[in-house]
Write a protein that binds this ligand. Structure first.
Ligand SMILES: [Mg+2]
Length: 456
């Protein structure tokens, strides 16, 4: 991978004074598959223990590949959907079974999905991978076993959501992370080093996370403190650490800031103007007003496509950056698929003149009443058939490079996926991991490329 930071819109870091970081999956990288496997197990246990689901579901095995970022969950129909940039359904699984193109066409015709409809949920972060997998597994189970009556699909979705909520509230997820930090959290010394470098260059770095203070402290103590050279703790490193921020509400509402006593964790209402420190809650408006900041001088980096990027872009004028950990694989696979794409193009360049010739022969029949073109046309049609038989395995070969069930994250066929569209529309820059950003110069000038339109 040559470039590491990609620009949708021009961004001059010289103008950025404050760089805000989301914590989970942004500043702090998770061993995603491990964490999602744990979340899957905890949700299954809660469903059995608290919501009377059959004990047999305890045997369900987490399947990491079964869902990818950007998919949409149709809670009423029990489907997982991959959408095109216009919201058209391009891939669909009901439970664990794929709905083939012809059946899909009958079922959905050309309906476009409106993801703001509450019957839909989107996989906006990697924290939802296990949710989507478990939902598909339970839909499959409901359809295929008579022994245990499972509730309606949308009730299953609500039950999983409530199981996950409980798991967050009663600490059953976080306690496991706390006891086994190295199984779930990646430590990256170079990121800490590079953040200190940015600070030397005068950039102010702050954290804005929905995680509560105790969990924030746990992860930052583990992933940041051991590598600091110029600072004694992450509390000095970051100008502000805003926990429990309730994003995206933070960006449009006016919740109060509470000051956190970092020794005791006690919180008190902030009555004066905001000064550097550790907080809970608050709002973007107070943040920029109190610090007298031009919103265009703040860059916020997060991994949640809706909460950190789309909503922020709609409500504030902060600049946006998205972390997309799957990007590294996706770009590598794009490179691998280049040679195959060339083969497809060369076969297509043989196919198109044949199609044109068939069209000419048909016109000739109609306009000049020639009836003797049939044989020639059939000959050409079988040529096309031969070419198609060479093309389809090549397309399959490309698909196999990516996720076996869903293909690429950013595209669906030649179109962008809905997720790809959101990234392009709302994230000014994007990258696979936070280290890619901090490894660059604090005065980087990110320029977007000229985009091709249909007539170009
Ligand atoms: Mg996050």
């Amino acid at each position: 991978m040559k470039n590491k930071v990609f620009a949708n819109r021009t961004l001059n870091l010289k103008k950025i004074k404050y760089i805000g970081l989301d914590m989970d999956h942004t500043l702090i990288r998770y061993k995603t598959e491990n964490f999602e496997r744990l979340a899957h197990r905890v949700m299954v246990q809660k469903l059995v223990n608290n919501l009377d689901y059959p004990k047999s579901i305890l045997n369900l095995k987490f399947e990491y590949n079964r869902s990818i970022r950007g998919l949409v969950i149709d809670k009423v129909a029990g489907n997982l959907l991959k959408l095109s940039r216009f919201g058209g359904i391009k891939h669909c699984y009901h439970g664990l079974k794929e709905i083939e193109y012809s059946k899909r066409k009958k079922l959905f015709a050309d309906t476009f999905i409106d993801i703001s409809d509450p019957n839909f949920d989107t996989i906006d972060t990697n924290f939802s991978i296990s949710f989507a997998n478990l939902f598909s597994q339970l839909v499959e189970l409901k359809d295929t076993t008579e022994i245990h009556k499972l509730p309606e699909y949308n009730q299953i979705a609500d039950d999983i959501a409530s199981a996950l909520d409980t798991a967050h509230q009663d600490g059953s997820l976080k306690d496991v992370v706390r006891e086994n930090l190295s199984d779930y959290i990646i430590q990256d010394e170079s990121v800490v080093r590079d953040i200190e470098k940015f600070i030397k260059h005068g950039k102010k770095i702050f954290i804005l996370t929905n995680s509560e203070y105790p969990y924030t402290k746990l992860l930052l103590d583990y992933a940041i403190n051991p590598y600091l050279k110029d600072h004694s703790s992450w509390m000095d490193l970051f100008e502000f650490t805003i926990t429990g921020s309730r994003k995206p509400r933070f960006f449009y509402d006016s919740l109060r800031f509470m000051k956190i006593d970092t020794e005791t964790g006690q919180m008190t209402n902030l009555k004066s103007k905001l000064t550097p420190g550790v907080y809970q809650g608050g709002s973007a408006k107070v943040f920029t007003d109190d610090l007298n900041l031009d919103p265009g001088h703040i860059l916020y980096i997060g991994d949640h496509i809706y909460g950190d990027v789309v909503r922020l872009k709609k409500d504030c004028a902060w600049r946006t950056a998205l972390i997309l950990e799957e990007l590294e694989d996706e770009v590598n696979n794009n490179e691998k698929s280049e040679a195959i794409n060339k083969e497809i193009e060369s076969l297509m360049s043989q196919k198109i003149p044949v199609e044109k010739e068939i069209d000419r022969l048909i016109s000739d029949e109609i306009e000049n009443n020639h009836k003797n073109n049939k044989e020639k046309i059939n000959q050409l049609l079988s040529q096309i058939n031969e070419l198609d038989q060479k093309i389809s395995p090549l397309i399959e070969k490309i698909q196999k490079l990516y996720n076996p069930y869903w293909g690429e994250i950013m595209r669906t066929g030649i179109e962008e996926s809905y997720f790809g569209y959101q990234v392009e529309r709302f994230a000014d820059i994007y990258m696979a991991k936070i280290g890619d950003f901090f490894a660059e110069s604090p005065r980087s000038y990110y320029r977007s490329q000229k985009r091709l339109m249909a007539h170009d």
